[in-house]
Ligand binder design. Sequence first.
Ligand code: ATP
Ligand code: HMH
Length: 274
Amino acid sequence: MNIYKALTIAGSDSGGGAGIQADLKTFQELGVYGMSALTAVTAQNTLGVQGVYPLEPAAVAQQLDSVGEDLTPDAVKTGMLFSSDIIRTVADKIRQYGWNNLVIDPVMVAKGGSSLLLREAVQSLIDHLLPLALVTTPNIPEAEILADMSIANLQDCEEAAKRIRQMGSQSVVIKGGHGSENGIVTDVLYDGREFVYMESPRIDTRHTHGTGCTYSAALTAELAKGHSAAEAVRTAKAFIRAAIEDGLGIGSGHGPTNHFAYGRRLRAEGSERQ
Ligand SMILES: Nc1ncnc2c1ncn2[C@@H]1O[C@H](COP(=O)(O)OP(=O)(O)OP(=O)(O)O)[C@@H](O)[C@H]1O
Ligand SMILES: Cc1ncc(CO)c(N)n1
């Protein structure tokens, strides 16, 4: 049996809805063996971020060596990286191990407003990491910062995607969760040739903690299995849509999405057909 393996390089969310925990749950649900290198520990729940404790860059490097020297991931994603030093360390290791199937989720701010990336580290992300990416997955506020422009509509999304692609990422997906036109959430994929719009109805819920991490982890899992970026973004969109629609309703703030939902639906469809 061929086991596909994916590595997430990200922060820990003690509440389990975002970060490393969301990534590993999503990998598992999509049948991919998950590995992790922690960049930071956050004390976090559905009400917000109570503490952020970045790791030493040497600790991040050593985790990446432990994985890189033994386990050969089929795809890699990055999430919360916090500082320029960690970004440079991660970029060096990604180059050293030749991890080309790379998704960069340029995490900057948690939903409650806490910073997960120092302001001065944005330029390091652009200079060192984006040129290594197969797909970069900013949400709208992150795309505005990376592309240095404001985004009010889908034309602006296209322009921002072009600018981010020029920074070296082979494809860009601007996730539409922070914008909505006529009740539709649109993610925009640009691969340098065409724009692909992925639309879904806006789900009216406050339980959207970790949507971006979960989405980019699903994309990474599908890339690990050998699917193209265009195929992988479709499955990722279906995965996050199910996860938001079937929200768990736990915690008294912005609760997590339901990482079980997509797999449960597939299994239910399968047993109906039998
Ligand atoms: N309310 C919603 N209804 C439907 N789809 C949504 C909704 N919110 C987010 N999505 C989808 O979830 C995915 C992630 O988008 P989003 O813009 O929320 O990422 P994010 O801001 O990086 O998330 P986070 O910072 O919480 O991890 C996208 O595919 C987006 O279309
Ligand atoms: C650790 C971590 N990574 C990413 C996010 C963004 O959702 C978060 N809230 N926490």
